[in-house]
Structures are given as structure tokens and as C-alpha cells.
Design a protein around this ligand. Structure first.
Ligand code: KE4
Length: 433
């Protein structure tokens, strides 16, 4: 069934470390070889062995209007025929910037970069430049890309100072990152009482998507805003995943929270490498060439990437698919949980807009330590079973699933039929790896 992918993976590992260009793609937590995807269209992906899958990875979020959307493709091809990259200003950058600034009350000026990692790294440097403070606070289980200061895990015991979660990150970098528990305002207040005016910013995913989907408890985001105001720290909201996913704009509008800096990615590039950070004019005036916080990039604002982003946002603005996307995600989760209960399998779930996760644990997780109680063996069986039934899920319990505008009701029903078969196999012990 997956022979060609196996061959390609073997060959890839001869040239690309781990055979992948991003670790999660290696299916390591599943213990199987990854599939090599040859083509994607609409809600489907097709592997090199010709198998078709209903896709819930969606390139980790960008494909919200469906893979290889004809309108996006047309705009991309037209733009590419005029040149691929100029290293000079081009009007397409302004066109995409206009759309984003007009969609976010908290953004007056923006800067495009090439990845969410770059956007988060630049936003943190900006916050440090504005406040003159070195420390930042992030949440255990939230992911903001792989810049050194953010590859930080919880320190030992009561210490709130981070320790490197990756080799190669100097302790001196990690020690400037303080760690709190998502959805736990007391843990944040305690850190600020201890470190008050040394903290440049809090960085947070308004809806966490990197420990599975965890939604903010009532008052959590508002509480962060109040703490930042009290200690004159900046609030950075990481909308790389949530941006243009819950509404035409950010989760910040749904939860009525006004950040100082917003970071974006994924959807705004429509599948091409594009990301951004933005804030009000005063804060962004610190960024070079206007100000003294340096940040640059050869391919930032690349015209073809801008074109893909413009076409994608225009479809979202025109079609306004959000109620339908939200409904489909909620329906899928509730039906999956209902099926699992029938087979005595512990399952809970969270969704926000078109992003969602199910967890193999009775209690719906509210933070990273809750998610760690999820039965990862059951997740593995579910993933493998669903893959064999033609459903392509994120290969990790700690990731988010995505539904696109092109997922049909038949796709949802077929997913549920597959899930019922898998749950029955797990319940009868036939599929429990
Ligand atoms: P990138 O550098 O991967 O473009 O963006 C980093 C990032 C920043 N902020 C949030 C909220 C994110 O979800 C991400 C990246 N998301 C992961 C998926 N969980 C990308 C997939 C991967 O690492 O291959």
C-alpha cells in the first residue's frame, strides 16, 4: 500500500537528515515511515503509491481554501510570469499588507518575513527593543517556532526559568524565558510578582494548537492583557495558526483582546513561505530602517507568495466560510466522541473555528500536563487505522487538525465511517499497537 513512499523515504535519508525538512513529518511518534505526497487538490492529498486521503493536515494550516485552489493558482501563475523575486519593493506587498491591516484593529504597520519562526523571533526582539527589558514569558506547550529563546522547557522544581529543550541552545539564552501554565493566570501573576519590570513581553497562542487544540478559559487572555498593562510589558499574540482561521482576522477579535504585537503566518501565504508581525505605528517605528531594532530577509514579501496570500484572503473575505468551518469541526468532534464512547474508548476534544483535536483521555485538556495524560498508544492505533482507511491526520497527539472550505459533508461522513471501523478494531483488540 505504501511501497513507493518507503523507497522514497529510504532514498531521502541518504541526502536529507531524517529524510524530512521538518521533524514532525517523519511520523516518529507513530513509528511508521511517512507518506510521500505527490499531489493535493481540494480536501484530498495523493501519495506516491496513488492512494487518496481526506486531508486534515492541510500543510499544517495554510490550505484553508482547499489545496491547489484554482483562483489561487491562477493568481500565482500570472504573478510568477512577471518574475519570481526582485529584492525590491513591489505593490503586491502593499496589497497584502492593506488586507491584513484592515482586518486587525491592533495592527497599523506590518513587516513580512518568511516563517512563523522569523515572525516570533522578530516580535520578541521588537518587544525587548521597545521596553529595554530582556526576559519574556511563554506557556508550557505553546510553540512559536524554533528560535533559540523559544526552544525552552520547564526548569526543574519550582524554578520558573526555562532550560534549553534543544541541544545547541545556550543556558544564557534560555534563562531569559520564563514559563507559565496555559490557562493558569495565577502562575503568570506569581512570575510577574517575582520578576516584575524585567519582563519585556508575554507571548501566547490565543488558541493553543501545538499541544493539540486547547481553548483559552474565560478571562485567561483578558487577564494576560491586564497583567501586561500593570507591569508595562507587551502582549504578543501568536496568530500564526489562528490568523484568518476563526474569523476574517484573528482569534483576538473573537476573544475581544487587543495585543501590542500580533504575529501571523500559514494562511497569509496561501501555501507559500510568508509570515508577518505587526503592531501600532509607535511600536513598529522601532523596526529598521525607521528605528534601531534590526530585522531583514532576502525573500521577505516575495511577490509570488504575496499573490498567493492575496488570493487566499480575498476568497475568505468574499465567501466568509467561518460559520460552516466551525460547524463542521464541532460536528466532527462530537460525532467522533459519540462513536468512541460506544466502543468504550476514552475520547475528548476541543475545536476553535476550523482547527480541532481529539484526545484519548476522558477529561477535556485545559493545558499541556492534561494533554500528557492522553493515551498515546491509543492515538497511534487511531492514526494508523485511519491512515489505512484513507484519512490523513496529523501524526502526533500534540498537533491540530484542520478542515478546509473544500471538505464536503461526504468527507465528514466518510471520516466518521472510517473512525467507527477503527474504534471497533481497537475495542476488539485487533488494532492496539
Ligand atoms: P514556522 O516557522 O513553522 O512557519 O511557524 C512556527 C509557528 C509559530 N507559531 C505557531 C502558533 C505555530 O503553530 C508555528 C508552526 N506550527 C507547526 C505545526 N504545529 C508547523 C509544522 C512543522 O513544524 O513542521
Amino acid at each position: 500500500m505504501f511501497e513507493k513512499s518507503k523507497e522514497l523515504f529510504k532514498e531521502a535519508k541518504e541526502y536529507i537528515i531524517g529524510g524530512v525538512d521538518s521533524p514532525v513529518r517523519a511520523f516518529k511518534s507513530i513509528g511508521e515511515d511517512p507518506l510521500f505526497i505527490k499531489k493535493a487538490k481540494g480536501s484530498k492529498v495523493y501519495d506516491e503509491d496513488g492512494n487518496e486521503f481526506i486531508d486534515y493536515v492541510n500543510s499544517w494550516g495554510p490550505a484553508i481554501v482547499g489545496h491547489s485552489n484554482d483562483i489561487v493558482l491562477k493568481k500565482v501563475i500570472e504573478t510568477a510570469q512577471n518574475g519570481l523575486s526582485f529584492g525590491a519593493p513591489c505593490s503586491l506587498e502593499t496589497e497584502l499588507a492593506k488586507r491584513i491591516v484592515n482586518a486587525f484593529d491592533s495592527i497599523e504597520r506590518i513587516r513580512f518575513v518568511n516563517s512563523g519562526t522569523e515572525a516570533a523571533m522578530s516580535a520578541i526582539r521588537l518587544a525587548r527593543g521597545v521596553t529595554g527589558r530582556d526576559n519574556i514569558l511563554k506557556f508550557i506547550g505553546c510553540y512559536h517556532g524554533h528560535s533559540d529563546g523559544l526552544l525552552v522547557g520547564a526548569g526543574s522544581g519550582a524554578s520558573t526559568f526555562g532550560v534549553p529543550s534543544s541541544k545547541g541552545v545556550p543556558l544564557d539564552f534560555a534563562k531569559h524565558t520564563l514559563l507559565a501554565e496555559y490557562n493558569d493566570l495565577d502562575s503568570v501573576a506569581k512570575i510577574f510578582e517575582e520578576h516584575s519590570d524585567t519582563i519585556a513581553a508575554i507571548i501566547v497562542e490565543p488558541v493553543a494548537g501545538n499541544m493539540g487544540v486547547i481553548t483559552p478559559k474565560d478571562g485567561f487572555l483578558k487577564g494576560l492583557r491586564e497583567i501586561c498593562d500593570k507591569y508595562r510589558s507587551l502582549l504578543i499574540i501568536d496568530e500564526v495558526m489562528s490568523g484568518f482561521r476563526l474569523t476574517y482576522g484573528g482569534a483576538q477579535h473573537i476573544y475581544n483582546i487587543k495585543p501590542d504585537i500580533t504575529i501571523l503566518g500559514k494562511v497569509i501565504g496561501g501555501g507559500f513561505p510568508a509570515a508577518a508581525y505587526g503592531a501600532n505605528k509607535d511600536i513598529m517605528s522601532y523596526i529598521s530602517p525607521e528605528g534601531d531594532v534590526y530585522q531583514a530577509g532576502t525573500l521577505s514579501g516575495n511577490p509570488v507568495a504575496m499573490a498567493a496570500g492575496i488570493a487566499t484572503l480575498d476568497i475568505l473575505k468574499q465567501k466568509n466560510p467561518y460559520d460552516n468551518l466551525t460547524y463542521n469541526a464541532q460536528k466532527l468532534i462530537s460525532r467522533l466522541i459519540g462513536l468512541a464512547v460506544e466502543y468504550g474508548i476514552p475520547l475528548s476534544g476541543n475545536s476553535a473555528g476550523s482547527m480541532f483535536s481529539v484526545f484519548f483521555t476522558e477529561k477535556t485538556p485545559e493545558n499541556y500536563s492534561d494533554v500528557q495524560k492522553s493515551n498515546l498508544n491509543l492515538f497511534k492505533s487511531y492514526f494508523i487505522g485511519m491512515l489505512n482507511e484513507g484519512i490523513y491526520l496529523p501524526p502526533s497527539q500534540f498537533e491540530a487538525n484542520f478542515i478546509t472550505m473544500q471538505h464536503t459533508l461526504a468527507d465528514i461522513e466518510n471520516t466518521l465511517v472510517a473512525a467507527e471501523k477503527v474504534f471497533s478494531e481497537i475495542a476488539s483488540g485487533k488494532l492496539y499497537v
